[in-house]
Structures are given as structure tokens and as C-alpha cells.
Write a protein that binds this ligand. Sequence first.
Ligand code: BES
Ligand code: ZN
Length: 659
Amino acid sequence: MCLYEWVSFFLRMGKCSKNESIIYMFLLTYTIFEHSMKLTPIYCLILLLSATFGLCSCSNHELTKLPKLIVKHHSYSNPDSIQLTHMDLDLSVSFEKKQLEGKVIVHFKNPYQIPFLILDAKQLTIEKVMLQDSMETSWSLSEDRPVLGQALVIELPKNANSVAVYYHTTAASEALMWLSPEQTSGKKHPFLFTQSQAVLARTWVPCMDVPAVRYTYSANIHCDPQYMALMSASNPQQKSATGHYHFEMNQPIPSYLMALAVGDIAFKSLGQNCGVYAEVNVLEKAYNEFTDLPKMIDQASELYGPYAWGRYDVLVLPPSFPFGGMENPRLTFATPTIIAGDKSLVSLIAHELAHSWSGNLVTNSNWDDFWLNEGFTVYFEERIMEKIYGKSYSDMLASISFGELQATLKDLMANAPGNTKLKLNLNGRNPDDAVSDIAYIKGSLFLKLLEEQVGRAKWDAFLNKYFNHFKWQSITTEQFIDYLKNNLLNAQKDTVNINEWIYQIGLPSNCPKVHSQEFERVEKTALSINNDSSLIQIDTTGFTTHHWLHLFRQLDPSKIVSRMHVFDSLYHFTQSGNAEIQCDWYLLCIKNDYAAAYPAIENYLLHVGRRKFLKPLYEAMIQTPDGLTRAKAIFEKASAAYHAVSRNTIQEMIANAKP
Ligand code: BES
Ligand code: ZN
């Protein structure tokens, strides 16, 4: 063999399969032995170098034949062939490397002896895949695609019922937010949290990342003993001296509900089966805000059946958390921006609690059916709020939501009317596109209409039956509609235009009326302010956060330009500690170029990572003269403290803005 042949031989080795490389290695040893006496030093060196290169890049795990890959509902996985039953995680948390490292043992049933298990994986480094009997098996990763990531295809020998995937996360793993001590409230310790919904679970655990697939999980998490680890599972209430934590989730959940948080966290009990976790310096405030939680659980259970998950705890995260809340089973993750000091923003907890029925117990089968999760939950949330705080209070919440829906409809009907349907077709799109007031508010109004049609007693009995019938299942819109027709409505006579509500754009004309008596006086006040440019003193007795929000939204910004500073000195909005009031007021400030508020606005954007607030503020800023430059400058400083979910949204907005 000449030198050229040898080099190409080694380079080929880098691409060969396990068996092929064993044969190559054998041939190589034999040939070197046979020729050793004849080799010149330079020949020897080139041979050695190319051998090293060939061996280093030798991917001996690679499959020679890949099955045909099919993407269904944002997943490459093959749940129609192989049934995932349990995941067993063993992960070490390194704040130094910003990395989770370890393995997941995936248990499954394979009745048809399908030769490949296909999992979703994104932004992960897969090290090896082992079979139960400690034998390595062949596997391959498909090309990386946006949103979807990669298919991890694992070869299965006959009768295999589990595989262990050894892997670590990377700096790109989008679900993970690694916070530096400065980005926490305590400022002393780092913090880690995950956000898996909608399709980010695959960025920290290889899994079948589609909500139609449910499985139980257990986990061993290892961290520095200074920290506490928590998951969407059975949880500790104290730090472990060893830094080892064991978790069990014995009820089948979809992948988007897997969650992990690690940090300097403490716990305080709120009731028999509920409590709050937070960084130590936030714990007391959080505790005081959430004292109505036991009542909420009781009232929710009274409405739609027993709470199915054992404990219900809330973890208050640092302000980078990109959502208001996330319904991770047994442990809702929540933003600290709902701690207003007067319990005025706790409907968010009612919302996440309601997901314990709508979403976690009965789950949308895929993201096209997202409204089944969120529409039901908004409806349920309002019922909990009504039971605890009264009808007039829940009417205010409903009215605020209705106003938000009107604004969203106006925008979407002009720009993307297809997105105003309840049932979406997100094929080839990012499931994030489904997250709008349509699923939440149009969805809840459809259910309100059904309630109005049959009466509350009959409707509540139906919903109870529905949750019980589909518990621990993931269902489609069509399954719900069938069940509705067969168990509540007269199948022959559709008096509610089901099809129009579900499959058509816009808001049907039989939409229930939403009205708040409390807001009548707010609307009068707003009218006076808009019409009388000298009006300053207003009667705000009994005003809650919701009154203020409604007032801000009724004001014509152009009519109050000259009174911004007067209102501000009377009511101290710029310095408010209420994140909702701040956001609405700052919007007015940006539109009216009220420069006195700019430092506070910048400070807010630097510290709050909740997308719901960031989006309108950046949007408004971009639309002002010089606003794009300001928005870019703030984003540059702030983006490290934003989770990928928020960062990507704002980045895209800035990139698409016209200078
Ligand atoms: N599950 C959602 C949050 C979510 C939705 C995350 C889609 C990723 C993709 C959560 O229950 C939610 O709706 N949060 C809202 C709460 C609000 C409607 C009370 C939020 O974060 O603003
Ligand atoms: Zn929700």
C-alpha cells in the first residue's frame, strides 16, 4: 500500500461503523507489524498523524442505515411504534460549566420489535447509548433543523426494553437558564431553571417531545450541597447535606411538563398540601402574597373534582423567568412580578393551579390543540376567582381579558387572520405561534357560551365528567367536540356554531357579553380625562390594580401628554412596585415621550424577563423616533438576563424593525 492509500484508509475510518472499524484496526495492526522494518521516519510520521486523526474522529456508534425520518407534530419520535413508559434521569449540575451531565434511562414497550427507537434531541452532546446489559449500541443524530432539532435514532436489538443515553447539555440548550449571582434576588448564588414548554424539553433531556406521549419519571440530581434542587415531582423541603436529591413523578406526564430548578432556595408551608419555595430574601413576601392558596385548591377541587397530584407548591423564580407562570405538575414555576404586596395579581396562581386539571390531567394532544389547555384554564381560573373574591372581581378580570382579545383580534385579522382560529395548523411553524389571546380568551369565551346555553349546573356536571373521563390522557379538539356533542348538546341541533368557533377566523357574533359594573366608573373617569385637558384630580377611592389598568387602557395617550408629570407626582406610577401598573404606565410614557420615566423604564427592562411585559414595551419604543437605537442599546445590555424564549422574541422584533 502506498502512502496515499494509507492516509485515505485512515480518513475513511472516521466514517465507518463499529464492526467495520474493528476490522480496520485489525488490518492496521497486522500491516504495521509486517512492514515495521521497512518504514522511513517521514513515512512513519504521516502514517501516525493520519491514524490519530482517523481514530479521534472515529464515530464507531454510527448507524449504517437510517430509517426514514418523519416529522409529526413537531417531533421526530416514533410513539406510534414504540411506547415510552418511564424515564430515569441521573444528572449532575455544574454551575461552573453551565452544564447538566449524566444519563437518562429510557424505558419502553416494543411489541412489534421495531429495530429503532427515535427520540428528539436538540443542542445536546450525546456521548454514548448503552443497552441494559452494559453493551453499547449504535445510534445516529440527524441533521439539526430549526425548532425541531435532531432525531436521535437508536438501534434496538430484539427484546430490548430500555436504553441509557449518556449526554450533556451545551451552552446553546435553550430550555436552561443559568443565572449568575447578580441576576438573582440574593445576589450571592447562581441559579438554574428550565422551561420546557412547548418544544424545549428536548434541549435538556432526549425524549419523545410531543404532548400525546405521557410517561412517569424518576430522577437523581446531584448539585453543590449549598443548593436545593426541585422538580415537577415529589420535592424536598430542606437542602440535602450531600447535594443528592431523588425525585419521583409517578403519574404519567408529557415531556413539556418536565422541570428542574436549582439554587439557594427555601420552603415555607402555606397549608396541609401546599407551600411556597423562593430565594430566602423573597420567601416571606411570597408567603404573604399567596396565603389564599389553600382556599384556591379547595374551591377548584369543589368545582371540578379532587386535586390529583398530591402536593401543590409554587416556586417563585428570579425575574428572568420568561412567563407569568408555568404549570409544572406539583410545582408551579412563577415570576416574582406577581408579588405586588396586595395580592392583586394572584389570579395567575389560580390559572396555574387550574392547569392541574385542564392541561396536566387532560392534555392537548399536540400544539394545534393548544386552546384545549389554555381556553379551559382561563375559564376555570375565572371560576376560582369568582368563588373566592366574588363576581364583581372576576368580572373585572374577564373585562380586562376581553379588551386584550379585542386588541389581538384587530392586529391578527389585519396581519395573520388564520391565527385567529382556535384549532391551528402549526405544521412547519414554531408552536410559539399558537401562544396568543386567541387560545386563551377566545377559547374561554367559547366555554362561557356553552355554559350560558345549558346553564351552570349542567355545564359544571359535564366538565366534571369530562375531566374524569379523559384524565391522564392527551386529546384532540375533535375528541372534545365528540364528547361535547354526545354528553351535553343535542347532537342533531348545533345551536352554538361549534364549527365556526373552532375552525373559522375572528369572533362569532354569538360571543357572550362581558361586562364589569366596577369599570363603568373607570370608563367615565377616562372619558373626563380624555375630554377635559385641565382635569387632574380624579376620584380613585377603592381603586385596585385592575381599575388602574383599565383606566390606562381607556386613555387616549395624545390627550395626556402635558399631564404625565402631574399624574406621576400624584400617583407615583413611575416608581410603582406593581409590575403590571409599571408596564401599562411605561407604555404611555414611551408613546408620550415622557423622559422623566426613561431611567425607570430602562431599569425595568434590564431586570424583568417576562415576555408579556418586554414585548409591548420594546414594540412601542421601536415605533418612536430614535426608539430603535434606544431599544437596541437596552437589549444589548439586558439580553444576558433574558431566557432564550424572551430573547428570541425581542431579537426578532428588533431585527425586523424598519429603521
Ligand atoms: N403554560 C403557560 C405558559 C406557556 C404557554 C409556556 C405556551 C410556553 C408555551 C402558562 O400556564 C400560562 O398560560 N402563563 C400565562 C399566565 C397568564 C395567562 C395568567 C403567562 O405566563 O402569562
Ligand atoms: Zn396557562
